[in-house]
Design a protein around this ligand. Structure first.
Ligand code: PHE
Length: 338
């Protein structure tokens, strides 16, 4: 008997067994009373002594190994499977996956709740904007070189004179709000923005910003610094190092960039922070006088600050994520962690 060959056939057949009924068929054909093995064992006594000494232990070993295989498969099927001929409703099932909120939603809710406690009103604006609100009213007229700061997705439409686009930032909502409201006010505008540019670990074509705007007769840059430092402390519950640097945006003067020390290298410099030790989280500044007069406010009467923070950047810092593209990747291995 070529036990090796038969054993390997038995193994292959057993692999294909998925229910108790076919397991029983397998048992009958390999271990049953009429199986080749049983017949062989029965004839063993008639063999010459020398042969018996070799074949006896060998065939018994084969029997033991098949019985073990059978037992394991039997346990396996009973533990893990709904048996085809009966429904055992006491068998525990794997619990279904529960849905949960996306990390960006969690982060946005956190930011919004902190600013709400500081008295900010939450407003929203359209993602399809016109040139006037996205650029012109923000002191970025046509052909202004600063337009290069925002690579734009233009929209083909019949309303040619309006020049529609996907908003490149949430700043147009400053204009929309001021056109219909008088100071004093403090608002927060969460929303999606789009830029026609190459992606990398910290840049996406589609991302979220949260715009803030505070205007009254006596708001100063010191108020801005204080609100940002307070909000960062409450949002992250950590004492992050924050730095305010001069920057340029046509709709603010002076303009500011706010950086938080890099969570990955702790300020030493790495790929994520382009070896600067800092991660830029927002653009900001004192609202430009041109913007205030563009919405019809009396010249020189009001002043205020505006900021636009990158929600993904905040979430990266909060959760220690070093690749922005994971957020929209729909990769469950990533999403399941939140
Ligand atoms: N809108 C700017 C941007 O997206 C950020 C910003 C907002 C700057 C408000 C100043 C004031 O780049």
């Amino acid at each position: 008997m070529d036990w090796e060959k038969i054993s390997s056939e038995a193994k292959i057949e057993l692999l294909q067994v998925t229910d108790l009924l076919s397991l029983e068929k397998w048992r009958i054909s390999y271990l049953g009373r009429k199986s080749a093995l049983a017949l062989f064992l029965r004839q063993l006594k008639d063999l010459p002594l020398e042969e018996k000494k070799i074949q006896g232990p060998l065939s018994n070993k084969v029997r033991q190994s098949w019985e073990k295989m059978y037992q394991e498969k039997n346990d396996d099927l009973k533990n893990n499977q709904i048996v085809s001929d009966s429904w055992d409703h006491t068998v525990p099932v794997k619990s279904a996956l529960n849905g949960h909120l996306h990390p960006l939603t969690l982060m946005a809710e956190k930011v919004v709740s902190v600013f709400e406690k500081m008295g900010f009103e939450i407003v929203e604006g359209p993602e399809v904007e016109d040139d006037y609100h996205n650029f012109e009213a923000l002191n970025v007229p046509a052909n202004h070189p600063a337009r290069d700061m925002w690579d734009t997705f233009w929209i083909k439409s019949d309303e040619k004179e309006k020049n529609l686009l996907l908003r490149t930032h949430t700043s147009p909502d400053q204009i929309r709000y001021m056109e219909t409201h008088q100071p004093p006010f403090r608002i927060l505008v969460p929303g999606r923005a789009y830029r026609h540019e190459a992606t990398d670990a910290t840049h996406e074509m589609q991302f979220y910003q949260i715009e803030g705007l505070v205007v009254s007769e006596d708001i100063t840059l010191a108020n801005f610094k204080n609100i940002i430092e307070e909000s960062v402390r409450h949002i992250f519950k950590k004492d992050f190092k924050i730095i305010f640097r001069p920057d340029y945006f046509p709709f603010v003067s002076p303009g500011v960039e706010v950086d938080i020390s890099c969570f990955k290298c702790r300020g030493k410099g790495c790929r994520l922070c382009s070896n600067t030790g800092w991660i830029e989280v927002m653009g900001a500044g004192m609202v430009h006088e041109k913007v205030l007069t563009n919405v019809g406010y009396e010249k020189g009467r009001y002043q205020g600050f505006a900021f636009g923070l990158g929600l993904e950047r905040y979430a990266m810092i909060q959760y220690g994520i070093d690749e922005i593209r994971l957020f929209e990747s729909a990769d469950l291995r990533f999403l399941k962690q939140f």
